[in-house]
Design a protein around this ligand. Sequence first.
Ligand code: PGA
Length: 264
Amino acid sequence: MNTKYRRAIIGGNWKMNLLPSEIKAYVKKLLPNLPPTRDCEVIICPSFISLGQTISALRGTGVAVAAQNVSEFPSGAYTGEVSAPQLSDIGATHVIVGHSERRIYFGEKDLTVNRKVLTVLEHGMRPIVCIGESGAIRDAGAAEELVSFQLKTALHGVAPQKMRRVAIAYEPVWAIGTGKTATAQQAGDMCAMIRTSIRKIYGARIARSVSILYGGSMNGDNAPELLAQPDIDGGLIGGASLKVEDFCRIISAAIEESAKIYKE
Ligand code: PGA
């Protein structure tokens, strides 16, 4: 992590977990345990149905709320979809875009991901763009090539002045929900490659300001080692974010890591 140039971000992706009636209890438990978030942006990502309630419950606490998905269209006859203007109207500040579960189970393609990134930015929110290879692609030695393609396609048409509002999440599919975390070296190397790719498109100044997160079975135990990698600026946490203690341990690890830069 290098917080001299960029902010640490820890996002809790609840996926399709927690009932709307369980949100109040989660927030009640989270707030007294939450480390001071000045040095780390904390984002909670509930299901659409709990977004409004979560936003109200966290208002004024410094914790941001993200949607897990968005329609690529701004409005119209798209039954079952939720648009970027609707999300921004309700007070969501971030949107996860292109999560591998959307790509795998709902057929989301790279070009759709790109359109979603553009619409999120256009409506004043910040996309957390997920990219990452499957185990088969890694075994075939094509992980970097795929991740770099996913990155470039997702960012196509994103103006340089908007890049500061984009966060990238490197989430190797083989590590998501499997308990099989990437080693700090594997994750750190890929995040460094991602930053190099951003540098080639947008230049060094913008590349060093973009937060790159790791996601895939991150927990309170492995977070310190992963976050110590110079190009890993935070995490997108699935399973462990459902447990308040574990989630807060990860946030503390990010705060501790970001404090190091000031001591250097
Ligand atoms: P996990 O999920 O932490 O449960 O592996 C991460 C993610 O999918 O964002």
